[in-house]
Design a protein around this ligand. Structure first.
Ligand SMILES: Nc1ncnc2c1ncn2[C@@H]1O[C@H](COP(=O)(O)OP(=O)(O)OP(=O)(O)O)[C@@H](O)[C@H]1O
Ligand SMILES: [Mg+2]
Length: 286
């Protein structure tokens, strides 16, 4: 079996990050004949990743202050005492709407860069999964009832899993809100959670518009939106699913999607049982 580790080496105040991958070698009669070890200097790569993440975090943070100011003053200008003309009110409403949208994008970018910085070092505790799912449903309840969409659950009360509950709740909210947004009114959404040996499987199935096969692999990229007439009218940003993917990855899980246009989609999250492991140890295909 192949193993990969990253090691920090210090020499005269300089730190290098070395990625070492190795595997044992066996001959045809299963005798051990040594090992193959490949070492790669990934210092520059890790440095660039950190610069990118820090940049996104700083820019996002800096954008929050002016956006908050714009939102505050627009709210004030929209109050009755200002007696605006009809046209002025309409423009102010547009400024309010668009600055709200900008605020959501910045929040999503901050969430993404925090997830990247946290990597797999997130706090996890045993949580009742039904509770986490119910909290997520409450958040999309209004959006769903506006379209007369029902959300059904098939989850045993007993299931407990070691997770970061706010993050998994956020992933569920993003998936549920997509299921509502990309379905016709009066359709049904089903959430099913099953505990299988040492993994938890969470499925969210909708009977919505579905996704074309050629778009399926790009769905989790940042800002990727499908430009079908119906999807693009919904005015999202294309960050929702990349956040879900990061949240799942910080739990060492995987996310899969199956979909058929005109039939519906199923997003499936698989979370392995939590084991305390050194953070930088992982199987890799180097
Ligand atoms: N359940 C679904 N059914 C059909 N299409 C979907 C579904 N979920 C996602 N999509 C498609 O995938 C695209 C990316 O989804 P994602 O959640 O990342 O972004 P978004 O919903 O457009 O914006 P936001 O950042 O506000 O979530 C969407 O634009 C939509 O076209
Ligand atoms: Mg979305």
């Amino acid at each position: 079996q192949r193993r990969t580790r990253e090691l920090e080496c210090q020499q005269e105040e300089r730190t290098k990050i070395i990625q070492a991958s190795g595997r044992a070698l066996w001959n045809s009669t299963d005798d051990s004949i040594g090992a193959l070890i490949v070492m790669r200097d990934v210092t520059h790569l890790r440095h660039l990743e950190k610069v990118k993440t820090d940049f996104v975090a700083n820019v996002s943070h800096e954008l929050k202050t002016p956006i908050t100011a714009i939102q505050g003053f627009v709210e004030t200008l929209l109050s009755d005492e200002w007696k605006h003309t009809k046209a002025a009110r309409r423009f102010l409403e547009i400024i309010r709407q668009q600055s709200g949208r900008l605020n959501n994008i910045v929040d999503d970018l901050l969430t993404l860069s925090r997830l990247e910085q946290a990597d797999t070092n997130i706090i996890r505790k045993p949580n009742r999964i039904l509770k986490v799912v119910e909290n997520a449903i409450k958040i999309v309840e209004l959006q769903a009832s506006d379209k007369k969409i029902k959300v059904e659950t098939d989850i045993s009360k007993k299931i407990e899993w070691t997770i970061n509950a706010p993050l998994i709740e956020q992933a569920m909210v993003n998936l549920l809100s997509n299921a509502v947004k990309y379905s016709d009114p009066e359709k049904k959404i089903v959430i099913q959670v099953i505990e299988e040996q040492d993994q938890l499987s969470i499925r969210i199935t909708d009977k919505g518009y579905g996704i074309d096969q050629k778009n399926l692999n790009r769905l989790f990229e940042r800002f990727y939106r499908i430009d079908s007439g119906r999807s693009s009218k919904q005015g999202g940003t294309g960050l929702g699913l990349s956040i879900v993917k990061h949240i799942v990855q910080t739990h060492q899980g995987i996310i899969k999607v199956e979909s058929q246009e005109g039939v519906g989609s199923t997003f499936k999250i698989i979370l392995p049982a939590h084991r305390e492991e050194p953070v930088n140890q992982q199987d890799s295909s180097v």
